[in-house]
Design a protein around this ligand. Sequence first.
Ligand SMILES: Cc1ncc(C[n+]2csc(CCOP(=O)(O)OP(=O)(O)O)c2C)c(N)n1
Length: 634
Amino acid sequence: MDSKKDISGFLEKINGPKDLKKLKEKQLSKVADEVRSLMIEKVSKTGGHLGAGLGVVELTVALHYIFEAPKDKIIWDVGHQSYPHKILTERKSKMHTIRQGKGLSGFTKRSESIFDPFGAAHASTSISAGLGMLVGSRLKKKQNNVITVIGDGAMTAGMAYEALNNAGVMKLPLIVILNDNDMSIAPPVGAMSAYLSKLISSGQYRGLRNAASQLAKKFPKSIALTAKKAEEFARGIITGGTLFEELGFYYIGPIDGHNLNHLLPILKNARDHSKKGPVLIHVVTKKGKGYAPAEKSSDKFHGVGKFNITTGKQNKSISNKTYTSIFSETLVQLAKKDKRICAITAAMPSGTGLDSFMKQFPKRTFDVGIAEQHAITFCAGLACEGMKPFAAIYSTFLQRAYDQVVHDVAIQNLPVRFAIDRAGLVGADGPTHAGSFDIAYLSNLPNFITMAASDEKELARMVFTCSDINDSPSAFRYPRGSGTGITIDLQKIKKLKIGKSKIITEGNDIVLLSYGARLTEVKKAAEILLEEKKISSTIVDARFCKPLDKKLILKLCNHHKALITIEEGSIGGFGSHVLNFIINNKSNIYKKIIIETLELPDYFIEQDTPENMYTNAKMNSRDIVKRVLSRLKS
Ligand SMILES: Cc1ncc(C[n+]2csc(CCOP(=O)(O)OP(=O)(O)O)c2C)c(N)n1
């Protein structure tokens, strides 16, 4: 595809920030328009994160105009809003590859560009990383600038405050830009959000600010009552300080993040006059700015599939119900009968399917913000009071709350239920979002019961089962996207027997012991083995990693040549538990059987379609067949 065709005007001549700097300030708004158009055009064909990037187009242009990247470090929190930054930093011609196999990442990535000083995708890391870079640079006697851009959503996470708290006493010139669009993926939650709104809407403040800029206009330029002075004037008279000032930051704002006449002088001042300590610039933007459908429903345009630019309509291919919706429907069903059931999300009500739970049970649904650590300890507290909390968190984001899982839940043996969505490889979001480690990090914990769903019915049964586990923590994992297509009647769903596997087919030669949603591929592999090699397989859906179905495993070992475990997770998970059991078993059963474990490899699988990612991980039916054959030969 010839990307040059769609770029006209200034952008055609801009490859990197150096080219941008050749332009006059008054030409920059045209550049912003062109960046915006290019971004909409590209994302309409690839899908991706749209609203956040559209909201920071002017800010991106201004940052690259005022600062000297890559010497100056511009760090984008989460990184999902970095598309305009990519366009202006030598990646314009590759935008059509974003989030595709071998293409540009949908987030910032150090290995992709020298203009990405820090890789991201999980929220709220930018201030910590920026502070570390600044300290490192000063220790090396360098004098560059470090600028971090963090959204109001990301600012709900504890880590952001830990970093502010630390930066406030370091007296280093860290520049934090708070990009306040009054949105996370869903509307923002919590007291901080209310506080920011208060800052913005303060009539008194706005009045003063207008007065200040009016004054500025009346003075000749030589008196230098520039935007900085005007802003300082306004700033000095308001309530006497913001929370950020109490934390040691020099607070500037709120300023209009789409107005380059405001952004440019303030960034220039921050660059030239912030040598004594950290600065926080509070910028107000609109998510989806400049594209009406995205402005109108910023939640739906946070992340999009391919869409029609004129209508804003997204192409939705008709497919089976998602695992997420099965989880959500089952939980709703249970909560109708059991008032103790509560649902907890960390800023992902629609992603986890809890938005529909929230509609029916608003008092029993808690969106705690991007605060996974708090979410888990909050659930532990609910469990202490006899409630039945279901924490619906993506596998990848739960990583952040590991100490809370261990210390607050597992050690106290509290019956918190973990609904682990996006288990396994997830596709376009790449390795940062892959749910690779939860089997290992949860199943290693004493007291935990862990399960993985192989299809929609199994998932519904696991939700039922967990609702009735009142004496220990429990977790069930399920993949991103559509299920297998089976229809289920939630009224007829029954609980599982704890620790009991399910035999799918019985064969004579080998055991394919599957944990989770690889079962479909396992069945295909068994067919191939039978047809092509006359090897007959016993297929087992393990259901539980903890407790293991030890009795069955022993029996299977005694009656087959080989046992192969398969799971959508890392080393240290289900296969390791099976191995551990077999090796340590007093009967020395390990001498009688060939054992092979098939799990994700010990490297990160790069973004692609989930199917291709599993092919790259060598986990599709043909790979299973190959592994079986090579072990049987040996
Ligand atoms: C630790 C973690 N939890 C959840 C998410 C999912 N997530 C991605 S972007 C986002 C909202 C970010 O909101 P904000 O920082 O305000 O940025 P905006 O998209 O509004 O520009 C969330 C919750 C994440 N990336 N990281």
